[in-house]
Design a binder for this molecule. Structure first.
Ligand SMILES: Cc1cc2nc3c(=O)[nH]c(=O)nc-3n(C[C@H](O)[C@H](O)[C@H](O)COP(=O)(O)OP(=O)(O)OC[C@H]3O[C@@H](n4cnc5c(N)ncnc54)[C@H](O)[C@@H]3O)c2cc1C
Length: 136
């Protein structure tokens, strides 16, 4: 007898990183009929109160590794290995120093705008998962 769990359908309210990431992980596990309901008109819709950047570190890259998206993430981002401090003196001379804030033992972390990260996940759904995920 089929239980409700065998149907593997779900409705997710909110298509931010958590909602889209959850939908993609469930689809990869074989869930069907995943619906993501988002109130914004488009994935990369600009919201002034959410204009911050995300830092996707080794922990966050567990998701992008699982979805084979880490290379695309790197292309869209600034890596934390590339931060510089520029000191501009009153006479106009500049001194540029590479910031020694990166722990070489840890994976490179990537910084990118929220809209770019949400768009990356959303495009992955459009390209590969339209049969199981419906974003509306
Ligand atoms: C100023 C600021 C700076 C931040 N900086 C960082 C950072 O540098 N790095 C970091 O990792 N995190 C940062 N955060 C935290 C960040 O917001 C979360 O990590 C991330 O956005 C959480 O994603 P989420 O999908 O859970 O929620 P959200 O990003 O909030 O997404 C929720 C989604 O649900 C939608 N929604 C809400 N209600 C409804 C509804 N009723 N119906 C349909 N859709 C709905 C919204 O439109 C939105 O798209 C910051 C937060 C703030 C406020």
């Amino acid at each position: 007898m089929m239980s409700y769990l065998d149907k593997k359908n779900v409705v997710i309210i909110g298509g931010g990183p958590t909602g889209l990431g959850t939908a993609l992980m469930l689809a990869k596990r074989g869930w069907k009929e995943i619906i993501v309901i988002e109130k914004r008109p488009s994935a990369d819709y600009y919201e002034p109160d959410k204009s911050f950047n995300y830092q996707i570190d080794g922990r966050g890259q567990k998701l992008t590794d699982l979805l084979n998206l880490t290379d695309q993430l790197a292309d869209l981002s600034v890596p934390n290995t590339d931060f510089y401090l520029t000191l501009i003196k009153s006479d106009g001379t500049r001194k540029v120093t590479k910031l020694p804030i990166v722990d070489p033992e840890r994976k490179t972390a990537y910084w990118l705008p929220r809209a770019s990260f949400v768009k990356l996940l959303s495009e992955e759904i459009e390209k590969k998962w339209q049969d199981s995920i419906r974003a509306m």
